[in-house]
Ligand binder design. Structure first.
Ligand code: 5BU
Length: 471
């Protein structure tokens, strides 16, 4: 490998990919050496050799699902690696498209795919870190970056601080050594470059895991980031009441729901209902429920699972006998109809001054659910482009945006299932799978001592959350 690297160093010098003089970098630093690998697209054989030797640096190449080149210089290199090794490629856009799907990442992938980053030159490491952030946001598993040139100005350290292993074909010191050996540069030039490197570190930037990954952040810090006021309110409330319990009061008599709400109210963050299963629904029920929500400081969620076109959804939300938009702090909606569904919900809120939030149903808890693959990805993208969305109903850590909340149903003290497809996980398991709020229904409503179970779930969920953020 070293022989090949020496030869390639000379070739790079010969095609002017390595230049010496007095240059100013894009961040305004003066430098006596400039690496411009863009030129290698004009030398296909060199491009091929560089790409193939770079790929040799990959750990466990057969386990890698995706390669992602950092635009622009590394894109042809990543393409070549992708084609030759038959591993699909992703491209991270510098900005999301203003039209169409608004995707940040182009290419097909699924959450959990192992992705390696390909980059040409690393100075501070910030381009790689920004790419990692977006890939992780989409649920990709990024652990390694392969780089042609490490300028040794702090980038490797910054990248590794964020938990990404960085491997490079050349460090600037090695490159200078090879070029000197081949008599391409004078010792004076080498000394000048090494002296410059010693004193010119690029500004330190890290992906700062703790301030970007919701799973490691506490609710109060996240509430300060949340742009949706209802999301901020919910996060604050969870922090203040030390509870992440969302009680599914799936009862059919109004008085039974009110009685349960009064009993559980002090220990829950959200009371979730299905208003359409209540046999004796009345305006008074809503009035009383609202009073209880104020008394015990919990939010009301109508798990309506809107799923029609925007126009219909708008009426379903604000009209009919339930007039949901007037009283439900939170509602759920399927993304199946596309972004129009969110526009419809927004339309219905035109005359409502209170804060409102929507949870998108991105993954369901039931056996054989169709909420998989690209559907999940599209739903994640939809949430990012609508300020009304406060989070996802989902079963796993498919997003890391700390402004959004993961609501996970299917929770019981013992892992089990019912006869109609519901699948349960334990409180600890769901929190470790990313749940911020956990929905418990029959685990409480069917218990003999309901209050005891409410407190039991609340405590188990809270300690699992505390453990999660402490890690
Ligand atoms: P359970 O009694 O804990 O199984 O009640 C779960 C509640 O969460 C119930 O109201 C469901 O309608 C709701 N739910 C769910 O179980 N799974 C899902 O994927 C979604 C909602 Br979305």
């Amino acid at each position: 490998m070293e022989k090949e690297l020496k030869e390639l160093a000379v070739l790079l010098f010969d095609v002017d990919a390595v230049k010496f003089g007095d240059f100013v970098t894009k961040v305004g630093l003066r430098t006596p050496v400039y690496i411009d690998l863009r030129v290698i697209i004009s030398y296909p054989k060199l491009l091929n050799r560089i790409s193939s030797i770079l790929w040799k640096l990959a750990d466990d190449a057969e386990k890698i699902d995706q390669v992602c080149g950092v635009p622009y210089t590394a894109l042809p290199i990543a393409s070549l690696i992708s084609v030759v090794s038959n591993i699909p490629m992703l491209i991270r856009r510098k900005e999301a498209k203003a039209y169409g799907t608004k995707k940040l990442i182009e290419g097909k992938f699924k959450a959990g795919d192992k992705c390696v980053i390909i980059e040409d030159v690393v100075t501070s490491g910030s381009s790689i870190l920004e790419t990692v952030k977006d890939l992780k946001q989409e649920g990709l598993d990024v652990t390694e970056a392969l780089v042609i040139m490490d300028r040794e100005q702090g980038g490797k350290k910054n990248i590794e601080k964020s938990g990404i292993k960085m491997k490079s074909l050349y460090t600037m010191t090695k490159l200078m050594e090879y070029l000197r050996e081949a008599d391409k540069v004078s010792q004076e030039t080498v000394d000048g470059v090494l002296e410059y490197l010693g004193k010119c570190l690029a500004p330190v930037k890290t992906l700062d895991k703790d301030s970007n990954d919701r799973l490691k952040m506490d609710f109060l810090s996240r509430s300060k980031l949340a742009k949706n006021k209802m999301a901020a309110k919910l996060l604050q409330l969870m922090d203040m009441k030390e509870t992440t319990l969302c009680l599914a009061a799936d009862l059919t008599k109004a008085d039974d729901i009110l009685e349960l709400a009064d009993l559980a109210g002090p220990h829950i963050a959200v009371l979730k209902i299905h208003v359409d299963i209540i046999e004796d629904f009345s305006k008074d029920f809503i009035k009383n429920l609202k009073n209880l929500s104020e008394k015990h400081k919990f939010l009301i969620m109508e798990d309506r699972k809107f799923g029609d076109i925007g126009n219909t959804v708008s009426s379903q939300y604000s009209k009919g006998i339930y007039r949901i938009s007037e009283w439900a702090d939170l509602v759920t909606a399927h993304p199946v109809a596309g972004p129009g569904i969110l526009d419809g919900l927004k339309e219905a809120l035109k005359n409502i001054s209170d804060d409102r939030g929507v949870f998108l149903i991105t993954e369901m808890s039931s056996k054989g659910t169709l909420t998989t693959g690209n559907y999940v990805q599209q739903s994640l993208a939809m949430a990012e482009s609508c300020e009304l969305v406060v989070g996802h109903v989902c079963q796993s850590k498919i997003f890391s945006n700390p402004e959004l909340i993961q609501l996970t149903p299917g929770v019981k003290l013992a892992k089990a299932s019912d006869d109609l497809g519901q699948q349960y996980n334990t409180p600890e398991a769901v929190v470790n799978s990313g749940a911020d709020l956990a929905v418990v229904g029959r685990g409480i409503t069917e218990a003999g001592d309901k209050l005891r179970q409410v407190i039991n779930y609340k405590n188990q969920l809270w300690s699992a959350y505390k453990n999660r953020i402490a890690q």
